[in-house]
Design a protein around this ligand. Structure first.
Ligand code: LLP
Length: 421
């Protein structure tokens, strides 16, 4: 995607990044539409001949421009809130391509999703199942539901993004799911005929997927034998991407799909996929300028104009992101602590990282920020949200304007209208 001949400017999907930063300022999120399309195509190619639906995990990147691109490629949406439902619908995603996951769906959210007629609810607790039945009954509709299985598998990823262990809040055990199906006849307005599993995120080995799928497959066969037809199996997301060149070795989409096919051999219903990071992670870079170099007593700090409010992953998960200069000039390597301007020590993108010597004003890019970057940003330290831009074969389109101070404080007001509740 990048080409960096000596002292030439680096391009992203054919767009000169220096020129882009000059025009739109920094920090700036830049997403390659070609890269996203290629990722969708590699999954779709691997899935050719299989009845399937890819539902993009909206939480990974909820920008309306990104969702519109997904929709254009016939990708649906995996949502976890009424806000994500709203975004998906407004991007044009039809309700019959939307699935709803999450442990805390409220009554209002369930009612809204039912009203618009989404494809399926991934139900995560018995309480939620009963609520779904109640709301569907009140609306006089039948809700399609899958039970989210917690297979008690270690996804071998960061603890904060592991979701498939028994100790995690997600899904229910196979024992509990078995009881739901046994009592299926009591659900007059819920069509419980799906299974769902999602064991975690940034998974770089096939083994956890294999274990989880084997457990789900065994349960599916048992259910069918007992006369409970299963119309869809949703295998979640979780495919990892490369954050560190030469270190992270992501799973190939074709190998992953082959594994799913093998584990679920004989399944004739529909396969649902909920990739987030895989589709958008590597498509995004964050352009940021060096504000200054600061020589501390013990370390050399490179202070950037991007901070933890723009990209939270390093401070939240100690996540590694490769950081490279946007120019191919040869310079001596220096070891820096790369930090942002926010007033917290945790506002650190990298510690003791070797980088070609930098000067104030230099443009750098933080790589692999297309997933869980802008969607997790905040205005902490009253730093307006960064702009986001889509690039596509030499052209660009702003998909989020840089927030103004007025936008940032919209809705806030002094407490001068006192009322009693
Ligand atoms: N399906 C469900 C039910 C999920 O909870 C998630 C992600 C996905 C699909 C998409 O997973 P992916 O394909 O992106 O791995 N903020 C963290 C990641 C949190 C993931 C939450 N759930 C990070 O920055 O690493």
């Amino acid at each position: 995607m990048t080409d960096a001949p000596a002292s030439a400017h680096v391009t992203w999907d054919g767009v000169d990044l220096h020129a882009l930063a000059e025009r739109l300022g920094a920090p700036l999120y830049v997403y390659s539409a070609s890269h996203i399309r290629n990722r969708i195509a590699s999954l779709q190619t691997a899935l050719r001949g299989t009845d399937h639906l890819i539902c993009f995990a909206v939480k990974a990147n909820s920008n309306r421009g990104v969702l519109a691109l997904m929709h254009e490629q016939r990708v649906g949406a995996d949502i976890v809130s009424a806000g994500e439902l709203w975004r998906a619908l407004h991007a044009g995603v039809p309700p019959e391509r939307i699935v709803f996951s999450g442990v805390g769906k409220s009554e209002a959210e369930i009612a809204e999703a039912l009203r618009v007629g989404i494809l399926r609810f991934n139900v995560e607790s018995h309480d939620e199942l009963l609520l779904l039945q109640r709301v569907a009954l009140a609306q006089g509709v039948v809700a399609r539901a899958a039970v989210r299985i917690n297979p008690d598998v270690d996804a071998l990823t960061h603890a904060k993004i592991s979701t498939g262990k028994a100790e995690n809040k997600f899904g229910v055990s196979i024992d509990e799911a078995r009881r739901w199906f046994a009592a299926r006849g009591e659900l007059s307005h819920v069509q419980l005929d799906g299974l769902h599993v999602h064991i975690g995120s940034q998974i770089l080995s096939l083994e956890p997927f294999r274990q989880a799928l084997q457990r789900v497959a065994a349960f599916w066969r048992e259910l069918v034998a007992q006369g409970h037809p299963i119309a869809s199996i949703d295998v979640g997301g979780g495919l990892g991407v490369c954050y560190r060149e030469g270190h992270d070795h992501p799973i190939d989409a074709a190998a992953y799909v082959a594994l799913v096919r093998e584990a679920l051999a004989g399944f004739e219903g529909r396969l649902l996929f909920e990739p987030g990071r895989y589709l958008v992670g590597e498509a995004g870079v964050l352009l940021t300028r060096v504000i200054r170099l600061k020589q501390g007593e013990e370390r050399s700090f490179l202070v950037l104009d991007a901070a933890m409010n723009d990209l939270a992953r390093p401070s939240l998960y100690d996540a590694w992101h490769d950081i490279v200069p946007v120019s191919g000039e040869a310079r001596p390597m220096i070891t820096y602590d790369i930090v942002g301007p926010v007033c917290e020590t945790g506002d650190t993108f990298a510690t003791a990282r070797a980088l070609p010597a930098c000067a104030p004003g230099d443009l750098l890019m933080i790589l692999t920020v297309g997933a869980y970057g802008a969607s997790m940003a905040s205005t902490y330290n009253s730093r307006p949200l960064a702009a986001e831009v889509m690039v596509d074969a030499g052209r660009y389109a702003v998909v989020r304007q840089r927030q103004s101070f007025e936008d940032m404080v919209a809705g806030e007001q002094p407490a001068n209208h006192w009322e009693t509740a």
